[in-house]
Design a protein. Sequence first.
Length: 200
Amino acid sequence: MDIVKKHEPITSEQIADKLNLTRSALRPDLAVLTMIGILEARPRVGYFFTGKVPKNLISERISDIKVDKIKSVPSVIKEETSVYDAIVTLFLTDVGTLFITGKEGNLAGLVSRKDLLKTAIGNADIHKMPVGIVMTRMPNIITVTPEESAYDAARKIVDHQVDALPVVKVIVEDNHEKHKIVGKVTKTTITKLFVELGKT
Ligand code: ADP
């Protein structure tokens, strides 16, 4: 990389000469550096340094990956569901956040595990109390769309200090925005992506 940076454009023969190597010994290294985008090879001219260090390449990749590709199946309940049943759903579906729909089936709000815990340790009759009373509701929900990037989603999770984001398709009806739930992105989703990208 240093040789190319200093002497670009430079041919593989010239690089090999400087390193006291044969061209064929150098070929695999040049192939890798070209494939991952650090060097650019122009036919009959030679190699150029692209200025892209590995750090930039990682950010480029997570910005290229769309939420649509990484989203998972959300756990969704209705506003009228009791807090008790919401807690049961939380356990049965093994999630930390439940998304809540209103009458038309669109996103109305969500509850986190601590929202439910807080209600359960209070004096409320959780068998009778609808989850709609304790949920965080629209328009205060931080959402993400399928077209946004994995980086955008991770950024929102960090900036707003939440565990999960509903993935929504926004539909405008009668001058009103409605949010159809099509998935979720959680801290687990981002951790899985991190592991996937880190695989050697
Ligand atoms: P927990 O409450 O279990 O620590 P979170 O950190 O995700 O889980 O939630 C913290 C608070 O933020 C809760 O009151 C929850 O209702 C709310 N919340 C969670 N996710 C979102 C979101 N995507 N948009 C807006 N508020 C959220």
